[in-house]
Ligand binder design. Structure first.
Ligand code: AAO
Length: 479
């Protein structure tokens, strides 16, 4: 199903990539609830292989399961359970990145973050247990134009589980239903493209309803968003999975990066969404960057915008959150140069918690994009305009655009030149704080303001020489 199970008007997820459970619980209580984030995607929660050869403890070791015990560098089962409870208590949902297409790579005897051992060469994982007859053959994925190869062979050498086996399905379901019972709201299904839709359908059907002790409605179903990289031209396509749940739309990430890099005119965004060949909005799970393509591991190549291109990145995030298309997720990263490097950690490999600075930014190597004013305030914008469509599109025919969301919000963008004119904001008369250049604090605006007359018009001033090429005002930011 396609309902995120988020609380109230909240409707944006943040991926707190590699954060520890105790730190996420703190972040829910001290920040996320107040900025209107609807939920957190957490890194894989099950025990993974410890990788020390090559890059020490790379981020991707968490995508090599060794058991379904809830022990990782982010914390143990008790800490995970406590986090889910604390976040749900303040209306912030938890979505787990679940990896059940495969187990570890084929690298002999492997040791897990919870002390388990895996014999990857013979495909024997006693801590589950899985044995060789629970896996597909050793063939490697070599041909994305062959749907059978993509599903029944090993993705980059990862031991490929057979989800057609009743035992494997039962074992996976026990893991997923344990998480549901602990209060999670849904799942990111890793490598969904590499599993048969028919097998996934059986597995999803076996999922429990969400746990009403955590504030979910009786009968609520877990939100499923499936990772399927489909930029077109391959044997496997997104629409084999859309009847099962939401699906990642990587074309979105690739195209929004192209546009806000300046390779395309903003004026062409007037038919953004299905008009650009993206999947139907109701199925689409979208983002500007994700943990793979921000570091060149997934799809999108050099078009992908990340925290490293701050101004353009914020403009792309603002556009994603201002526009009605799709279900939105904001990436929150740690700084990296080495694309394999794991999260900030001490000499024993223990993850270091983010520090919080006086200006609400993070320290200790964490970018915390979700704490950038322009980003968290656009999360609030999206909440304020929930249920409205896009109207009153304006463009100068080139790199300047503006539009309304119903009578609840107005945004303007400039990727070239200056906007300096009266424009239709669709808002009721009053004075509004521009939530990109400032915050509305105790009735005063720390940034630009827009005064709107009875006819909905206001004077909009936005130059591409400013810190941010965006101006955004909405009904909840009225002085
Ligand atoms: C690590 C090592 C490997 C080693 C392996 C086993 O890096 O060298 O062999 O361990 O020991 C992550 C890392 C991997 C890592 C893995 C396990 O990214 O490097 O391997 O953990 O530790 C495909 C999948 C997609 C997957 C993506 C990375 O379809 O599901 O590869 N993403 C998820 C996770 C990811 C994780 C895994 C899956 C595994 O998000 O973090 O891997 O759990 C084409 C195909 C895509 C394919 C990409 C990359 O994409 O269409 O399906 O994604 O290639 O292989 C253009 C094309 C576009 C193309 C793209 C990239 O944009 O239009 O179609 O280029 O080539």
């Amino acid at each position: 199903q396609y309902d995120t199970n988020m609380w109230g008007d909240r409707n944006t997820m943040v991926h707190l990539f590699e954060w520890k459970w105790n730190d996420i619980a703190d972040e829910c209580e001290r920040f996320l609830q107040y900025k209107g984030y609807g939920g957190v995607q957490v890194s894989p929660v099950n025990e993974n292989a410890i990788v020390t050869s090559g890059t020490y403890r790379p981020w991707w070791e968490r995508y090599q399961p060794i058991s379904y015990n809830l022990v990782t560098r982010s914390g143990n089962e008790q800490e995970f359970s406590n986090m889910v409870r604390r976040c749900n208590n303040v209306g912030v949902r938890i979505y787990v990145d679940v990896v059940f297409n495969h187990m570890t790579g084929n690298s002999g005897t492997v040791y897990g973050t919870g002390g388990s051992i895996g014999y990857s060469d013979s495909k024997y994982y006693p801590a589950v247990p899985y044995g060789s007859n629970d896996f597909n053959s050793d063939c490697g994925i070599t041909n994305y134009n062959d749907a059978i190869n993509v599903r029944n062979c090993e993705l980059v050498g990862l031991r490929d589980l057979n989800q057609g086996s009743t035992y494997v399905r039962t074992t996976i379901l026990a893991f997923l239903n344990k998480l549901i019972n602990l209060g999670v709201a849904g799942f990111r299904v890793d490598a969904a493209k590499h599993m048969w839709p028919g097998d996934l359908e059986v597995i999803y059907a076996g999922l429990n309803n969400l746990n009403t002790d955590h504030g979910f409605a009786s009968g609520a179903r877990p939100y499923i968003f499936q990772e399927v990289i489909d930029l077109g031209g391959e044997a496997v396509s997104f629409n084999e999975y859309t009847h099962l749940g939401a699906v990642t739309e990587f074309k979105y990430s690739a195209e929004i990066g192209r546009v806000f890099h300046g390779y395309d005119q903003l004026t062409w965004l007037s038919n953004w969404g299905e008009g650009w060949g993206f999947m139907a909005s109701e199925y689409a799970f979208i983002f500007v960057d994700n943990h793979d393509n921000q570091r060149g591991h997934g799809a999108g190549g050099s078009n992908i915008l990340t925290y490293k291109n701050a101004k353009q990145y914020k403009m792309a995030i603002a556009f994603m959150l201002a526009h009605p298309y799709g279900s939105t997720r904001v990436m929150s990263s740690f700084y990296f140069d080495d694309t394999e490097a794991g999260p900030p950690a001490d000499s024993n490999g223990n993850i270091i918690s983010p520090g919080i600075n006086a200006d609400e930014t993070c320290s200790n190597g964490w970018v915390c994009e979700h704490r950038w004013r322009q980003i968290y305030n656009m999360v609030g914008f999206k909440n304020a305009v929930k249920g409205t469509s896009l109207n009153d599109w304006w463009s100068n025919g080139a790199q300047q655009i503006a539009f309304c969301r119903g009578g609840s919000g107005f945004v303007a963008f400039s990727n070239g030149g200056t906007i300096a004119q009266n424009m239709q904001t669709c808002l009721p008369a009053g004075t509004y704080c521009d939530v990109i250049s400032g915050n509305l604090i105790n009735g005063a605006c720390t940034g630009k303001t827009v005064t709107v007359g009875d006819n909905g018009y206001g004077y909009i001033s936005l130059s591409d020489s400013e810190d941010d090429g965006v101006l955004a005002v909405h009904i909840n930011a009225r002085l």
